[in-house]
Design a protein around this ligand. Structure first.
Ligand SMILES: [Zn+2]
Length: 282
């Protein structure tokens, strides 16, 4: 049996739930989908010059912000988007916490700084915002840009069951466990249990900068090589300038159908995965 988790990042005040229903409606009829939600998004997240794709497009602000709001020196609370809250409160929707505002503080990703207490409080405040408007447990944390300070990792288990990231490398490095990182990589183990805190890696598959013809091939490789597969999407990448669907939808629909109709694949959420790992059933 293979286990698949479907996760979409960067859900915020700006998200129109219809855009999510177009992508995930079919899966949500019978299965769970995980959405990572930014509690209080900042609208003026400037871009790091290292991203050549964004530079080529001439973008000044992170495309996860709705084009209409980009550059505003304002924060937007998730609870002010009623339609989105109703969508997130549906039965099969799982909610994860994606940082606090997804901004940079002193030029560092919001959870990468040295002030452990301040960062911890930021995480707790974000969690409380989500708990106030959602009837869900918030047990998993996704640090924006996969960046997290050493001091914060050590305190995370007080609030969360796990952290989800696109690369396990910084976590093993921060915990002085790099030899274990290379060993686990050899065995294609994409998670690590650090004192009951699950640290697990995504598979990034869908990007608007990727050749759509290669996506199916890459997906097949991921399925063949892993027992636990985490598909991470960013819904805004499926829409041109947050408006019309682009070509990514075609391979996504094909892959969705293949997952739903495959009896050897079980679609689960992070909580189920956590229980399976803790009880050593995987
Ligand atoms: Zn993000």
């Amino acid at each position: 049996m293979k286990y698949i988790i479907i996760k979409d990042d960067d859900i915020s005040y700006f998200t129109n739930p219809d855009t999510l229903t177009i992508l995930y409606g079919k899966i949500l009829e019978k299965n769970k989908v995980n959405f990572s939600v930014i509690p209080n998004i900042y609208a003026s997240i400037s871009l790091d010059k290292t991203n050549i794709y964004y530079q080529k497009e001439g973008l000044l602000y992170d495309p996860l912000i709705h084009p209409k709001y980009r550059g505003e020196d304002e924060h937007y609370l998730i609870e002010k988007n009623d339609e989105l809250i109703a969508f997130l409160n549906q039965k099969n929707v799982e909610v994860l916490q994606h940082g606090y505002s997804h901004e940079k503080i002193n030029n560092l990703p919001e959870f990468a700084g040295d002030n452990g207490n301040l960062i911890y409080q930021r995480a707790v405040d974000g969690k409380n915002i989500l708990k106030k408007c959602l009837k869900k447990n918030i047990d998993f944390f996704i640090p924006p840009w996969n960046a997290i300070s050493k001091k914060f990792i050590k305190r995370l288990s007080q609030e969360y069951k796990g952290i989800i990231t696109s690369s396990l490398y910084p976590f093993y490095k921060n915990l002085n466990l790099l030899s274990l990182y290379y060993l686990n990589k050899t065995f294609k183990k994409n998670y690590y249990l650090y004192k009951n805190l699950l640290i697990i890696e995504n598979h990034d598959l869908f990007s608007k900068y990727m050749d759509t013809k290669l996506i199916q091939k890459k997906f097949n490789q991921i399925i063949d090589n892993n027992k636990i597969i985490i598909i991470q999407n960013h819904y805004w990448e499926f829409y041109e300038n947050w408006d019309k669907l682009n070509d990514l939808i075609k391979p996504w629909n094909v892959i969705c159908d293949s997952i739903i109709n495959n009896e050897d694949i079980k679609i689960i959420n992070y909580d189920e995965l956590f229980s399976l790992i803790i009880s050593e059933k995987i």
